[in-house]
Design a protein around this ligand. Structure first.
Ligand code: MG
Ligand code: MG
Length: 260
């Protein structure tokens, strides 16, 4: 594991990237309504960062060769889609949950954040799913400080999810972020003997990580659709995904994708 620590000026450069991610996502949040397509939301996000001179990090991921890799500018995942949904002609309906994930590069630094939005009024259990996912992210961020082991935070995240009757996705996790979208370490939203033996790490000031709980209403199992990207729940129940890029400071944490 090679974890790069960022100097304060580098964290500020990442905040500029993160601010732009926030702007793109807030424009999408405002635009979410019944009848809009996920392709239209994708275009709204793209326009927000192109006008600022940034580059998207999801289109053609992972090689960035034209015409290869992920086909969207953002990942947009609806209802039982957990992550990596491909924007397209699908029209949002009242009662849907839509998760929008956005990663960009600005002046050589990355920002990565995701929101889950309810389309019109949704069933109370779906609103609870969104709320618990947001609370799980918030409890992790407010626990972050140098010297803590990640597994202790991940255990608290998992407990919050499972004590509310929901499940944590196991196959996809958060990550270090900086010059590259995905850096060491892996930042799971649950813990396991395997993680504690091989992947656990101590938080240090200057680390920058993307924390991104993915929470399923039903069981934890997911499958990838034939398009090679879209991750859906095996039992068809809905999922939520909320993410922030966060810097570890001398005394706690600093969210880089909240628009400040
Ligand atoms: Mg993301
Ligand atoms: Mg991420």
């Amino acid at each position: 594991m090679s974890v790069s620590l960022k100097r304060p000026a580098e964290v500020e450069a990442m905040r500029r990237a993160g601010r732009l991610v926030h702007r793109a996502l807030e424009r999408c949040r405002t635009a979410v309504r019944p009848g809009i397509t996920t392709a239209q939301l994708d275009q709204i996000a793209l326009d927000a960062w192109l006008e600022a001179g940034a580059r998207g990090l999801f289109k053609n991921y992972p090689t960035y060769e034209p015409g290869k890799g992920f086909p969207g500018n953002t990942c947009i995942s609806v209802n039982e889609e957990v992550v990596h949904g491909i924007p397209g002609p699908r029209t949002l309906q009242v009662g849907d949950l839509v998760s929008i994930d956005c990663g960009i590069l600005l002046d050589g630094w990355c920002g990565d954040s995701a929101i889950t939005v309810a389309v019109g009024p949704v069933e109370p259990k779906l609103q609870r799913l969104i709320d618990v996912t947001r609370e799980t992210l918030e409890l992790a961020i407010s626990a972050v400080r140098p010297g803590l082991r990640w597994s202790d935070i991940a255990r608290a995240m998992q407990h919050h999810v499972e004590s509310n009757g929901f499940s944590c996705v196991r196959e996809f996790v958060g990550h270090g972020i900086g010059r590259r979208l995905h850096e060491d370490p892996k930042v799971p939203n649950f813990t396991s003997p395997e993680f504690e033996r091989r992947g656990d790490f101590y938080l240090q000031a200057g680390m920058t990580i993307a924390i991104e709980p993915m929470v399923i209403l039903g069981g934890q199992e997911v499958v990838v659709l034939d398009d090679g990207w879209t991750v859906v729940t095996r039992d068809g129940t809905p999922a939520a995904h909320i993410e922030h890029t966060v810097a570890v400071t001398a005394s706690g944490s600093d969210i880089l994708t909240d628009g400040r």
